[in-house]
Design a protein around this ligand. Structure first.
Ligand code: HPA
Length: 263
């Protein structure tokens, strides 16, 4: 499969990518709406950057136009998306200083368009989610972590809630029993739509706080942003390192669903 361009989707606290060169702003029109992003270059590869919540963090997680974002990246011939996600940690052994290359999700969202294939054109698609996050991109993150001597946790289960409210301690107890490690509000449907579009996708999750009921400290959006900011330097190095490590050959199965894609 042909290597394509690379995109970074920045989550809470990540609104730019300083290492990308020759940056320009662009607006991409899709069947789902217009998307603002930046395009540039890094080490000879075309790289796009998209702030999931908008440049000024004005779009809440349940209102993000996930379909437009992924369709716009597909239009820009992106074949690999690496993303960041601020999360709450439900495990005492996953500290707020850590970074996790997640490998599973549990979908607890309730009210979001979560597929490109709504049956209107008669195409019925059931996308395989046995390995939701691209194994090659996950490995690229892990290699990048080694390069910058930053320990990354290899694997973790992200429970995606609808938001924008935070969880109750009872919900967190339930998610823990289900096997969840981290909780956030954006990985679904982003990861699913990327797979439907045949795009490789991986996420570096930053635990910014202990989830509700674990530390007893109320969770605020300001504290979440501050915690991401504390890690921003390493995060930028990690993303740049990950881009360097993305293999030119797409030796994974993420692209197979691309055959259903219609522009
Ligand atoms: N819950 C949901 N989303 C989050 C959290 C949390 O505790 N922290 C950062 N994003």
């Amino acid at each position: 499969m042909e290597p394509g361009n690379i995109a970074v989707i920045g989550g809470s606290g990540v609104y730019d990518q300083s290492f990308v060169e020759k940056i320009s702003e662009l607006e991409v029109d899709t069947a789902y709406g217009k998307v603002l992003m930046h395009g540039g270059e890094y080490r000879g590869r075309r790289v796009f950057f998209l702030a999931r919540h908008g440049g000024k963090h004005s779009v809440p997680p349940h209102m993000v136009n996930y379909r437009a974002n992924i369709a716009a990246l597909k239009k820009m011939s992106v074949s690999a998306v690496i993303s960041t996600a601020a999360v709450g940690t439900m495990r005492k052994d996953i500290s707020t200083d850590s970074m996790v290359v997640i490998d599973q999700f549990i979908d607890f969202t309730k009210n979001r368009p979560s597929t490109f294939y709504d049956g209107k054109d008669g195409t019925v698609v059931h996308v395989d989610m046995s390995e939701p996050y691209c194994p090659l991109l996950r490995k690229a993150f892990l290699r990048a972590g080694k390069k910058i001597s930053r320990e990354l946790i290899d694997g973790g289960c992200y429970v995606c809630t609808e938001g924008p409210r935070l969880e109750t301690p009872a919900e967190i107890e339930m998610f823990k029993k289900w096997g969840g490690d981290l909780v956030g509000m954006t990985s679904v449907p982003e990861v699913v739509l990327a797979r439907e579009a045949g795009i490789c996708y991986a996420t570096i999750a930053l635990p910014t706080n202990y989830a509700a009921g674990i530390s007893g400290i109320p969770i605020t959006h300001e504290d979440v942003l501050k915690a991401v900011d504390k890690n921003k330097e390493d995060l930028d190095l990690l993303i740049a390192g990950c881009i360097e490590e993305i293999p030119l050959e797409r030796n994974c199965r993420c692209g197979v669903m691309g055959r259903y894609w219609k522009d």
